[in-house]
Design a protein around this ligand. Structure first.
Ligand code: NAG
Ligand code: NAG
Ligand code: NAG
Ligand code: NAG
Ligand code: NAG
Length: 664
């Protein structure tokens, strides 16, 4: 599929509902058309892309604020329900406030580096890499000129807690993960600067300090860790997700594999000299995300999001994993913690063919009993279980796959106004946009559809961190330039009246008093479709809104173009003149408009033009134009040339577009 064109965003500023005179540029119209077709790109996979593209039109100063200067590494902390967002940057913590209905504000708490042992300038900075709520205040930890340290932020001041190895890395782009649970702290960060290069998962605070054996993981890249409180306290587990080099060196095998590892939270280390201060309950399993029908494998885990069960059943926690393949296509697979737990409890060990010792490897023992040395030795030499962790659902296939390269995921469980529950996934792309993918139904009837692509920033840039607030129904995102608060219920982006609103299938939106509105915006229930196959059929007015006729007078032999906004990327758009289709724009059309060029206006060109959109059984007249000769216009007292100004805007935008196209 075609990557987005730098010019496309610029095209978004084009007043696309109005036609205009085409540019008198040196590019021939044919070349221009060719380029626009190239931009149209994708065919066939439209369903995997978003239906609608939207630039988030939040107000700078209200929903969006700049850092002032670039922040190469940011870490974002937000407590659901609060209106503050804390962002750790270089030598400071920003505190953004987004009060409802008021202007946003920002202040900073400076935490410069104390004297460390740095060599170059970059090294001498204090990059804040961790922000975590601890007690009354916020714990902030940073690289502090290669002397990792922490501060406590209370009442807008930073109080030094001194050097804290394991809480922050020595330099910002290390493979670091820190997990807190009560007084216990777990970390993947190296504690020694120059030795101890093999990444380990450690307990660094709380009970006895433990680390993973150096042989159980090969070059791990850590992704996410979590603590799961099981039915019995002694059975509480730590699960962590990572990628590592594939031990299978077969040339057919992928280079990297994705894993989940388990540890018992109550692990006390072993009794022998080999097992003391090591985790004795480590096991790892391979995570599978593949589509057997198309034989597509997605081996590279990118991110994980855990969605707890609403009734608090830990086994039913849903684990959303985003994976990619060597072509940077992505898939989302959903697992359950219950399935992961079962694999570790019941599987044999890979490559171990004699009877397992008792207690079996990976079992948590009550009463802080140490693991017998024999069990440790078997697990330490065979740390992988034979069984693989497969996605939920009868077919064990991905929930969703796409040609986009996704980086991060968060999931919101929400209830539509008719009581139906939806899981809504927010996936960040490698181009700094967010896709909203709705998961509906269970089992065989499970569906996932990509309804909108949102560009959250004023300056398109990679999303560094993201946090979901289900209470305030906002998504907070940071780039190196700015922080944005994006509402989950963006409904005014869907045009086309009730039919367009319902066709969007956005569970946050419904029809109320002639507008597409958020289900949270009104005291009274808004109307939402229940049938997602043909939602537009549930609109109170059975026919879609018809665009009113717009008239323009034009001289013979002039050039002109008609432009129709592509509201749905899943629809086919065409321009019809009488019975003749003059221009078609197929689904997946990347440009935000479907354009019909008239190179040299002759008598046959006058008359009515309709832009029509068809998506399944939904047919909609999106635009209606009447081109009048000057004589006809005089008779109708119409003034021509009303769009001269807009045509010149088109001129400004086009060089950007063509430049973008030529670069690609
Ligand atoms: C918000 O900011 C705008 C522009 O900076 C200003 O005109 C307006 O008065 C402010 N509103 C409030 C409530 O402070
Ligand atoms: C923070 O400020 C509040 C009120 O201004 C005060 O009551 C509290 O004691 C302060 N806390 C600390 C730790 O200074
Ligand atoms: C994937 O495997 C290659 C080759 O072994 C290795 O260089 C790379 O670091 C691995 N990447 C990850 C993320 O594990
Ligand atoms: C996939 O994405 C990574 C960075 O995210 C990039 O380095 C790599 O070249 C991409 N691979 C392909 C085949 O596009
Ligand atoms: C348009 O067509 C007319 C008549 O066919 C011709 O005289 C004129 O040169 C054409 N104009 C352009 C710009 O091609």
């Amino acid at each position: 599929m075609t990557p987005p064109l730098p010019g496309c965003t610029a095209l978004g500023v084009l007043p696309s509902r109005v036609p205009g005179r085409p540019p008198r540029s040196r590019l021939s119209l044919r070349l221009l058309l060719l380029l626009l077709w190239a931009a149209a790109g994708t065919h066939g996979h439209a369903r995997m892309g978003p239906r609608v593209y939207a630039v988030w039109k939040g107000h700078t100063g209200k929903d969006r604020l700049d850092f002032g200067s670039a922040e190469p590494h940011t870490v974002l902390f937000h407590e659901p329900g609060s209106d503050s967002v804390w962002v750790g940057g270089r030598g400071k913590v920003y505190v953004f406030n987004f009060p409802e209905g008021k202007n946003a504000s920002v202040h900073t708490v400076n935490i410069g580096s104390t004297k460390g042992s740095c060599l170059d300038k970059r090294d001498c900075e204090n990059y804040i890499t961790l922000l975590e709520k601890r007690g009354e205040g916020l714990l902030a930890c940073g690289t502090n000129a290669r002397r990792p340290s922490c501060w406590s932020l209370v009442n807008g001041t930073a109080e030094s807690l001194g050097e804290r190895r394991g809480y922050a890395p020595f330099s910002p782009d290390e493979n670091s993960l820190v997990l807190f649970d009560g007084d216990e702290v777990y970390s993947t960060i190296r504690k020694q600067e120059y030795n101890g290069k093999i990444p380990r998962f450690r307990r660094i605070q709380g009970e006895i300090e433990l680390y993973t054996s150096d042989t159980v993981m090969q070059n791990p890249q850590f992704i996410k860790a979590t603590i799961v409180h099981q039915d019995q306290a002694y059975d509480d587990k730590i699960y962590y997700f990572f990628r590592e080099d594939n031990p299978d060196k077969n040339p057919e095998a992928p280079l990297n594999v994705s894993r989940v590892a388990q540890l018992c939270r109550g692990d006390q280390g072993g009794e022998s000299s080999l097992s003391v201060s090591k985790w004795n309950t480590f096991l790892k399993a391979m995570m599978v995300c593949s589509d057997p029908t198309s034989n597509k494998n997605f081996n590279r885990l990118q991110d994980v999001f855990l969605l707890p069960d609403p009734n608090g059943k830990w086994r039913d926690t849903r684990v959303y994993g985003v994976f990619s393949n060597p072509w940077n296509y992505s898939a989302v697979c959903v697992y359950s913690l219950g399935d992961i737990d079962k694999v570790f409890r019941t599987s044999s060990l890979k490559g171990y063919h004699t009877g397992l010792p008792t207690p079996r490897p990976g079992k948590c023992l009550p009463g802080r009993k140490p693991i017998p040395t024999e069990t440790f030795q078997v697990a330490d030499s065979h740390p992988e279980v034979a069984q693989r962790v497969e996605p939920m659902g009868p077919l064990k296939t991905p929930l969703y796959h796409s040609k986009y390269h996704y980086q991060k995921v968060v999931v919101h469980r929400m209830h539509a106004s008719h009581g139906k529950t939806f899981h809504v996934l927010y996936l960040t792309t490698d181009r700094g946009t967010i896709h909203k993918v709705v998961e509906s139904g269970e089992g065989e009837s499970r569906l996932a559809f990509n309804i909108v692509e949102i560009q959250p920033f004023r300056h398109a840039a990679a999303i560094q961190d993201m946090s979901l607030d289900p209470d305030r129904r906002k998504l907070y995102v940071s780039s190196q330039w700015e922080v944005s608060q994006v509402p989950l219920d963006l409904c005014d982006i869907y045009g086309g009246g009730c039919h367009g609103c319902f066709m969007a299938r956005d569970p946050y939106c419904g029809w109320h008093q002639g507008h597409c509105v958020s289900i949270y915006s009104s005291q009274r229930a808004v109307l939402q479709p229940t049938n997602l196959e043909e939602p537009h059929k549930e609109c109170p007015n059975s026919k879609p809104d018809e665009a009113p006729v717009q008239k323009v007078s034009l001289a013979r032999n002039s050039r002109y173009y008609l432009s129709c906004p592509v509201e749905s990327r899943h629809a086919t758009y065409w321009w019809r003149h009488g019975e003749k289709v003059e221009q078609r724009c197929e689904p997946g059309h990347q440009s935000p408009t479907c354009v019909l060029f008239i190179e040299n206006l002759t008598d046959g060109h006058y008359g009515h033009y309709y832009c029509e959109a068809k998506e399944d059984s939904y047919l909609h007249k999106a635009q209606h134009w009447q081109l009048l000769s000057e004589d006809e216009a005089k008779a109708e007292h119409l003034l021509g040339h009303a769009h001269a100004l807009l045509a010149s805007l088109w001129l400004v935008v086009l060089p950007t577009l063509t430049l973008g196209l030529l670069v690609h």
